[in-house]
Design a protein around this ligand. Structure first.
Ligand code: FEO
Length: 134
């Protein structure tokens, strides 16, 4: 069983965004696998960098479509994205300075971070995007 298993309840009813969310979950699962397999700080930081990079691409993609279709909650959603990236960057800085070790606490934070955003904020656009060409 993976650290986070994709579930239909996570679906935002936009195929491409569901696929991107599944990729994000896969990277968090890789981090978990790395932690439990005893990966070193270098390998773990490499995976975390990939998570940040993919997250930024995904957030940009959502924002591009929201902007194109004049999504009414665009500003609020964009701010939530910015906060999420800032939170993970803070963790990354602490890891790089040696103040924080990779831990289950960090993984639990990432799990909550992603799942709460998908279930809470992303789900709000499902109806809005229904039938649109994304
Ligand atoms: Fe799927 Fe708003 O991030």
């Amino acid at each position: 069983m993976a650290f986070i298993d994709w579930s239909d309840e996570y679906s935002v009813s936009v195929d491409i965004f569901d696929k991107e969310h599944q990729s994000l979950i896969a990277i968090i699962n890789e981090l978990h696998q790395g932690l439990t397999s005893g990966f070193g700080i270098k390998e773990m930081t490499y995976i975390l960098d990939r998570l940040l990079e993919y997250t930024s691409k995904h957030f940009y993609h959502e924002e591009k479509e929201m902007h194109a279709y004049a999504y009414p909650d665009f500003d609020v959603h964009k701010k939530a994205h910015e906060q999420l990236v800032a939170d993970v960057k803070k963790y990354k800085d602490r890891l790089e300075s040696g103040e924080q070790a990779f831990s289950l606490e960090l993984l639990a934070f990432l799990k909550k971070w992603l799942v709460n955003h998908i279930l809470g904020t992303d789900k709000k656009y499902s109806k809005f995007f229904a039938g649109k060409n994304i």
